[in-house]
Design a protein around this ligand. Structure first.
Ligand code: BG6
Ligand code: MG
Length: 215
C-alpha cells in the first residue's frame, strides 16, 4: 500500500528543467560544442551538475582537468541562479500544490528528492517550502540518480519502507533510481522516453489520487 509520495523538483514541480537547459546551452555555445541539443539534454536530467558538464565535454571531445571543470560548473550555476531568482510563485505547475495538499490530507507522507543543490532556494521561491514532510537535495547525497540513494534517504526520513513509496519523475535517470530503490514510479512527460515507469502522464497536476490503488 502506498504510504509516501516522493517528488523530484526540476521538470516535475516547476519548469526549472528549462532553466538548467538554457544555462547548459549557453555554456555549450561558449565552448563551441555544437551537438548539444534538447535530445542530448535528456541525459543531463536528474544527474549531478558535474556529471552534466562531463556529458557536454564528452559531446565536444573536450578534456579538462578538475579545476577547469569546477570553473565551468560554477559559471553555469551562476546563470541558472540568475534565471531562478527571477521566478515568481505562479511558475509552479498547475495543480501541483493542491495535489500535495490533498495527499497530506489523506494521511500520505510527501517528500521532495532533488539532485539539485539549489532545490531549497527553488521551493522557497515558489512558496512550497512548508508543504513537505522531508526535503532531500543535492547537498545531502553522494551518488547521483540512477543510484537509489536519494529516494532511500527520503523514504527513511518519512519512515516509510521503499516498497510503500511512489516517485514522480521526469528524468530517465530518475525513473531508474526509483525502480532501483524498489519503489513505484510515475513518469512525467513522454511514454516513449520514460517507458520503464509504472505510469506516464503528461503533467504532474493530472495525477489522480484514486489511481494509487491500481499501481
Ligand atoms: C537535477 C536536474 O534536478 O539537478 C539536473 O535534473 C541538474 O539537470 C541537477 O544538473 C543538479 O542541479 P544543481 O542545481 O545542483 O546544479
Ligand atoms: Mg527532474
Amino acid at each position: 500500500m502506498i504510504r509516501a509520495c516522493i517528488f523530484d523538483l526540476d521538470g516535475v514541480i516547476a519548469d526549472t528543467a528549462r532553466y538548467h537547459f538554457l544555462a547548459w546551452q549557453r555554456l555549450a555555445k561558449e565552448l563551441g560544442v555544437q551537438n548539444f541539443n534538447e535530445h542530448e539534454n535528456e541525459r543531463l536530467k536528474g544527474v549531478s551538475r558535474i556529471r552534466s558538464l562531463e556529458i557536454i565535454l564528452e559531446l565536444g571531445s573536450i578534456s579538462l582537468d578538475v579545476a577547469a571543470q569546477e570553473i565551468l560548473a560554477t559559471k553555469k550555476n551562476a546563470w541558472f541562479v540568475e534565471y531562478i531568482n527571477a521566478m515568481k510563485p505562479d511558475e509552479i505547475y498547475p495543480g501541483v500544490k493542491e495535489l500535495i495538499q490533498e495527499m497530506r490530507k489523506k494521511g500520505l507522507k510527501v517528500a521532495l528528492a532533488s539532485s539539485s543543490k539549489n532545490a531549497k532556494r527553488v521551493v522557497q521561491l515558489i512558496r512550497i517550502e512548508n508543504d513537505f514532510d522531508a526535503i532531500v537535495d543535492g547537498t545531502m547525497i553522494t551518488h547521483t540518480k540512477p543510484n537509489p540513494e536519494i529516494f532511500l534517504l527520503a523514504a527513511s526520513l518519512v519512515r516509510v519502507k521503499p516498497s510503500d513509496c511512489i516517485v514522480f519523475e521526469d528524468a530517465e535517470a530518475g525513473v531508474e533510481a526509483a525502480l532501483n530503490a524498489g519503489m513505484k514510479c510515475v513518469g512525467i512527460g513522454s511514454p516513449k522516453q520514460l517507458d520503464k515507469a509504472d505510469l506516464v502522464i503528461p503533467h504532474t497536476g493530472d495525477f489522480k489520487l484514486e489511481s494509487l490503488g491500481s499501481l
